[in-house]
Design a protein around this ligand. Sequence first.
Ligand code: FES
Length: 151
Amino acid sequence: MIEIDLILKKYTFVQRDNLIPILQEIQETLGFLSTNSIAKVGEYLNMPTSKIYGLATFYNQFRFEIKAKHHIRICNGTSCHLHTNSQIIREFKKHLNIENGEMTKDGLFSLEETTCMGACGLGPVVAVNNEYYTKVTSEKVCKIIEYYSNK
Ligand code: FES
């Protein structure tokens, strides 16, 4: 969410006329308008989020969901947590340069931390679209990204 803060800082005059350019810039950065980013904009412009949604949905250019070609889900359940999944989450974020709930600028990858995926003994567990990967290591993270980058 640091990126959102940087975008908002550019608009030093806090006025509602800036809403559309701010939303456009956020979408350019994240690939879509996340719930968190809308909340931040609402806080910054002192506008209710319902009003922001109301205005944004009027324009066809705005998207509110992640629609990446490859959606990566990383289990953040207790058992996977004990199997160093936090390191795996960090690796994915670092390599893709996105946070949980975000999408890469090229629309290729989106990332989501999830609850237990039902393969606790085989953690850390990662799913890309409908393919499951178990006992994921840092090396596997690179291979997974590389594989789907060329798919
Ligand atoms: S906690 Fe990760 S699969 Fe169950």
